[in-house]
Design a protein around this ligand. Structure first.
Ligand code: KG4
Ligand code: ZN
Length: 343
């Protein structure tokens, strides 16, 4: 089965061609530069950019996969969660393609797709579902921080999430306090390499709380107060590097400790992670060490599949269509679901 998949939930316009679990192409047009000027994603601008980029990106995806529209068997798109006017562009374009080709359309939950991106590996990238095992999955991005128990393929239960800021948001907002450009996550990651993670002792919110929930706004506030009480600190480049390393250490310790604890409590032997923050070198290393120490297998999404992409949408859509078989009912006029929470 050959699928064309669309992703436009936030600030990446992505189209992928996926055939029988193999990613034939995955084109991504990122808007990071554009929104950087405003210090965050501006929905109206994101939607206009999606409109401008969608068809060229779709053409590029088809051509890189050596697939013509006539060879497509189905079309998929992210239906939610995300920015309503951004979702609308990819969703309606995908439904129009499905309508024009008289092929089935399937709407996909963006977070459910993240759950399976760590299983995409190799060259060409392919979903390694033969190796699938029950796992606890950490989804960490600019908008979300979720811990999900994936008990079987296509079966999951949300264990917890953030009660205020997402982990990526915490990176971005503390970075802004330090005068770093948006998005600050990757910059903090780089600066932290040469910093001392024990230089400043920032709080680890909800670390010892038995629930699987997260909270990051207090950490951001304590960085704000620290900077207010230590004027001139940002003039010293080494102190900035130490600050980055210390903030990163606090975020990473909370994410890793709670993920490992959730895996142990739910009796699974595998941990997976995806979302933009999973690009963080400190987080990847800490997860590797913690999983090794606790006898857990770890699957991290490949760096190019951590951030938003249509490959994961196509992979999940393919599995869902395969499972539904002849019983699948295609509905072409569904609307975006900006607040579609994972169950
Ligand atoms: O998944 P994503 O591309 O988009 C959504 O927010 O849905 O994630 C973007 C987030 C931003 O907050 C960005 O700062 C963060 O991921 N991020 C990182 C790194 N790369 C991206 N955070 C820490 N370290 C990184 N290397
Ligand atoms: Zn995402």
């Amino acid at each position: 089965m050959t699928l064309l998949a669309f992703e436009s939930s936030c600030d990446e316009t992505s189209v992928a061609v996926v055939r029988d679990g193999v990613v034939l192409s995955n084109q991504v047009a990122s808007q990071i530069q554009l929104h950087g000027e405003y210090g965050g994603v501006v929905p109206e601008l994101a939607a206009r950019e999606h409109l401008k980029n969608l068809l060229p990106v779709a053409r590029a995806a088809l051509s890189a996969a050596y697939v013509s529209p006539a060879q497509l068997d189905a079309v998929a798109a992210t239906q939610g969660p995300g920015l309503a006017i951004a979702l609308l562009i990819g969703l309606k374009a995908a439904q129009a393609v499905a309508f024009a080709l008289s092929k089935p359309f399937i709407g996909i939950n963006h977070h459910e797709a993240h759950l399976y991106s760590p299983w995409i590996a190799g060259q060409p990238p392919a979903a390694d579902f033969s190796a699938f095992e029950p796992n606890v999955s950490l989804i960490v991005s600019g908008g979300h921080t979720l811990l999900v128990l994936v008990s079987a393929e296509l079966e999951h239960r949300v264990l917890g999430g953030t009660i205020d800021d997402a982990a990526g948001e915490c990176f971005d907002k503390t970075g802004k306090l330090m005068g770093l450009p948006y998005p600050a996550g990757p910059v903090i990651d780089q600066l932290a390499q040469a910093g001392n993670p024990s230089a400043y002792d920032f709080p680890r919110p909800l670390l010892h709380d038995a629930r699987d929930d997260f909270s990051f706004s207090g950490l951001k506030t304590s960085v704000r107060y620290y900077l207010r009480d230590h004027p001139g600190l940002l003039d010293d480049p080494q102190k900035v590097r130490d600050l980055c390393a210390s903030v990163q250490a606090a975020i990473v310790e909370v994410l890793v400790t709670k993920t490992i604890r959730a895996a142990q409590r739910n009796g699974v032997k595998c941990v997976t992670a995806s979302g933009g923050v999973t690009c963080n070198q400190g987080l990847r290393l800490a997860l590797e060490r913690a999983c090794q120490k606790n006898g857990l297998r770890l699957r991290l999404a490949a760096r190019n599949l951590c951030t938003d992409n249509a490959a994961m949408i196509g992979i999940l859509a393919g599995r869902k269509l395969l499972k539904a078989g002849a019983g699948f009912i295609s509905v072409l006029d569904t609307e975006p679901e900006p607040g579609w929470a994972l169950a």
